[in-house]
Design a protein around this ligand. Structure first.
Ligand SMILES: Cc1ncc(COP(=O)(O)O)c(C=O)c1O
Length: 427
């Protein structure tokens, strides 16, 4: 080519959640039965779509209007429904996207390239790569502290904001992925107050708000934002669950409080106009699904299941010195951090199949991170597929499994196997 085609960011773009799956699929070719504990999609793992929900979608599919382009912002009926459930917004403050990825991308890309959003470390990679890629620059982060229930380091956040005038926004993911923390009202209000004092806006990714183990933990940006400009991101992927719907939206708060913020939101809408609209069917059925009497019942049942598996996992793993089990407050995931000083990091488990050794060694050849090696070795030795978490722009070494396994005996077997495998690295 006459000129380099690649964006400087291309080297950083990887999606570890799927990369380990590619390797596990190659191992499956040797007639090996993999335990898919990496899965990020509950429907793929076990969860059945309830019949009442299928019935609503089936009835809607008979109507011609769900096959049309819908308005750019989304169907009036869906926006009116959401506005009626959210304080201080109207339907005009809501804009729909093809999944959250679409929203995240447009929100960051519409910012001036030297206007930065500071985000948590660790952070969900879709946000971090989209923000850094918009700025053609490296990350600006504030720390979440594992020794303080993953609470944000508010002093660090305030200092970074104070001394870097390019920071115009703060991202908060609450409930958080990948720490599975849920932040208290007090913590969230402190962040809102920093944004107010330094004349900034807020982005709250609140897509998991309906999945917290305890109702009283749930504090939304719309409840605490006062007059600060802000964006909340929501979706239907995991609470219905319907990840393949690619259906998310943003709610904009206090758009009229700042002329510059208002223009920024208009520019997000303009970039959505170029795309015409988002998928029609999921938005069409959304109000009917949420209003169905069975919705709350099936959601609560799922949450109870995740919570009881989190308690079981704790029973199996809490006493290991080699790890630090981080108790989730929501979610169908469990994160396990390594106590690196208590581990033999150079240990390599033995295996007989040379072909599999070759596949694994190629996959981890360039990596220096212990958590990545651990997950790939665990795949090779125990056939359990997990996800290394340092990839979430994280300075910690840790990994995650899901809490989706419905067969209690199998889940216990998985926990015992992971426990034994961790102990192989004992110093
Ligand atoms: C916190 C968070 N934000 C955004 C996304 C991306 O959402 P989508 O799959 O709708 O693109 C995810 C996906 O799991 C997520 O966990």
């Amino acid at each position: 080519m006459r000129k380099n085609l690649l964006h400087i960011w291309h080297k950083e773009l990887s999606y570890e959640i799927r990369e380990i799956v590619e390797v596990a699929k190659k191992i499956e070719n040797f007639w090996i039965n993999i335990s898919w504990e990496n899965i990020w999609d509950p429907v793929v793992k076990w969860e059945k779509i309830p019949l009442w929900m299928k019935e609503i979608v089936k009835n809607a599919s008979e109507l011609d209007e769900v096959y049309w382009y819908c308005p750019t912002r989304w169907l009036e009926s869906a926006r009116e429904y959401i506005a009626s459930k959210t304080p201080n917004i109207t339907k005009d403050n809501i804009l729909f996207f093809n999944g959250l990825w679409d929203a995240i991308n447009k929100v960051y890309k519409s910012l001036a390239f030297d206007s930065r959003v500071i985000w948590p470390n660790p952070a969900y990679s879709t946000h971090s790569s989209a923000e850094a890629s918009h700025a053609w620059s490296s990350h600006i982060t504030y720390s979440l502290n594992p020794n303080d229930n993953w609470n944000p380091d508010l002093l660090e956040l305030e200092n970074k904001v104070k001394y870097n005038p390019n920071i115009v926004g703060i991202l908060v993911v609450n409930p958080d992925n990948p720490t599975w923390a849920v932040f208290s009202k007090q913590v969230l209000e402190s962040i809102v107050s920093i944004a107010k004092r330094y004349d900034m806006f807020l982005i709250f990714d609140e897509i998991y708000e309906k999945l917290t183990y305890n109702d009283e933990d749930r504090v939304l940006l719309s409840d605490i934002i006062w007059d600060v400009p802000g964006i909340s991101m929501k979706w239907i992927s995991k609470d219905l669950p319907w990840p393949g719907s690619r259906c998310g939206w943003i709610e904009v708060y206090n758009e009229d409080k700042d002329e510059n913020f208002k223009k920024y939101i208009s520019s997000i809408l303009a970039s959505k106009l170029l795309e015409v609209c988002s998928t029609t069917l999921p938005q069409f059925v959304l109000p009917e699904i949420y209003e169905n009497e069975n919705y709350k019942i099936s959601l609560n049942k799922r949450i109870e299941n995740y919570k009881s598996r989190a308690i079981l996992a704790e029973e199996y793993l809490w006493d290991l010195k080699e790890i630090n089990l981080i108790k989730p407050k929501w979610a169908f995931y469990l994160s396990i951090a390594f106590n690196i000083d208590n581990l033999n990091k150079d240990f390599i488990p033995k295996i007989n199949n040379n072909e599999i050794i070759k596949i694994i060694k190629t996959a981890i050849s360039w990596s220096t991170r212990f958590d990545k090696k651990f997950c790939y070795y665990m795949l090779w030795k125990t056939w359990i597929c997990s996800v290394p978490l340092s990839w979430f722009n994280s300075s910690y070494e840790w990994f995650r499994i899901t809490l989706l396994e419905e067969d209690k005996d199998k889940f216990k077997y998985i926990l015992t196997t992971i426990r034994d495998f961790i102990l192989e690295f004992k110093k």
